[in-house]
Design a protein around this ligand. Sequence first.
Ligand code: 9MJ
Length: 684
Amino acid sequence: MKSKLTKQIPMSSDALQQRVMGLREELNKHNYLYYTLDAPIIPDAEYDRLFQELVKLETDHPNLKTIDSPTQRAGGQPLKIFPEVNHRIPMLSLDNAFTFETVQEFDKRVHDRLKTSALILYACEPKLDGLAVTLIYEEGIFVAGATRGDGVTGEQITENLRTIPVIPLKLTDKNPPHLLEVRGEVFMPKAGFKTLNERAIANNEKTFANPRNAAAGSLRQLDSKITASRPLSFFAYAIARIDGKKDVFSTHHESMEYLKHEGFPICPLNHIANGVKGCLEYYQKLVEKRHSLPYEIDGVVYKVDNLDLQKQLGFVSRAPRWAIAHKFPAEEALTELLDVEFQVGRTGALTPVARLKPVFVGGATVSNATLHNMDEILRKDVRIHDTVVVRRAGDVIPEVASVVLEKRPTHAKKIVLPKKCPVCGAEVLREEGEAAARCMGGLGCRAQQKESIIHFASRRAMNIDGLGIKLVDQLVETGFIQNIADLFQIEAESLASLQRMGVKSAENIVNAIENSKKTTFPKFLYSLGIREVGEATALALANHFHDLKSVMQANEETLQTVPDVGPVVAAHIYAFFRQPHNREVIDKLLKAGIHWPTPKPVPSVESHPFSGKTFVLTGTLSELSREEAKEKLIQFGAKVSESVSKKTDYVVVGDAPGSKLAKAENLGVAILDEKQFLKLLNNN
Ligand code: 9MJ
């Protein structure tokens, strides 16, 4: 019988070698495009196909395997210990500055030592909150890597470092230096950290307190396959040594350009500043950007850019005289948990709140922090009188992040969920599958009354100016009002009789209540405080039903035809409108004169120009918050992504955009300013 035409002809060993080398080059290129530039040009399935072809060739021909092959990133045999290594060039630590004055003193010392009054150029870099490592390349191939350790001796973690996708296993230079030693920081991006912890919670495993600990825990795994499964990344920030290369650089930033060219990821926020003034401006900019970055930073680093000047300045003990770390205020601090109280929210949910020994953290004194819910308390094993880590990051509510178990005193007390509501004494129940325990007192509970009124009056709901927490508290405690409809019966005279309330302010509030009567349908729906109905859902309901009666009459099945409304939300909406008390309150509100224009019909999601498109938002928008923009996009059937890639359809650019704008320009992604975005959003 004739052989089939499709039968493969065996490759010559030369051709085999060529194919293997070609595949590696191709895979390295796509790896770099995907992980370092976040701009893939081939589908994942095509990458996998090329990868599997290489795996097969290397398995069939083990003599063709090399340590710089992309197949070596998956992790190898577990180790017994990490061997110790002496760093040929010590890994420096940096002096710290916590104030602008200390940075100015540093700049003065630099000038004094160099005996110059000329402006110094400084390389400014974010100070990444990860682990310092060193990477050694011989003849262009990654051969060894180690942790910083004490700066003189570290641990060899070569196999673990090999698994980090952005660390090049081979330099791109066809004529590489004989030896290159690169220093940088391994870190875990915030998004990866979040997913890792969510997975740990789902599997009943221990979580990491912060991305830094997660990165450290992941790098110190004796089984490199575990490291390979962790979302680690890396930025290079120094060349410790380069041998056998002509035309070496005269500035730090040139050395970074070289590393970038060789395939290393370099932080896109690095910047050259003119003198100390430029450094402090950079600091200020990063303070503002800090929380919107995809990775954690704990300060900035200033380095004299000129390498000759660096040499002249030299070192003092283990720190260079040519660099300093300007630290941000710490976002974590230790303190004692004095007690736990349970606060009752708008929907009756009981939130455990930690009363703390006051501690200065994230730029403010904190004496209360959330413990989220009972599951979190049990998972973190928090007890009263424990020493706890308090975290206050940006404008996020301070939280108890973890416990220092080693410091637990013998009189530490377990935290118990109260059986009765601490405000109204009604039963506390926890429904199946819910994290929160709830007071069953409903709107008979004063806490729930107050919270529902505060929500109703809030800026994004009915926007009643001057009706804040303190006043609502007083109004409910004195029995003036019990529900949102009562607000519209308040008279200025009786209001003025309240404590700390003048005639003028009473009039202002009554006027504000009067003015709030003119509203919009989505705002009214949102202000009712139906569980799980945020602004986006309220808007979707308004767009779908057009009038209140239809929303109130809709059954759960109909409600689920509204975009983003699933069975749980539908059940909450349905139940809300079945409660006689709620119907009564709504009736009173309408009778009091609350009104809105009939909503303009909006086009269906499918026909909206944003439907099915992928958006990235960068910078600050003036008309709406990023969260609002995101909600609206989702409502119109668009996807919102954190990073720009070839798959991005639009990048919306606000004030002070980040590196995403540059990336969008590089990739030729369509860019919209806020005005253009709003115009398209409103479909006109
Ligand atoms: C960090 N942690 O981001 C240095 N670093 O330079 C940056 N650390 C450093 N540079 C010399 N960006 C010693 C340490």
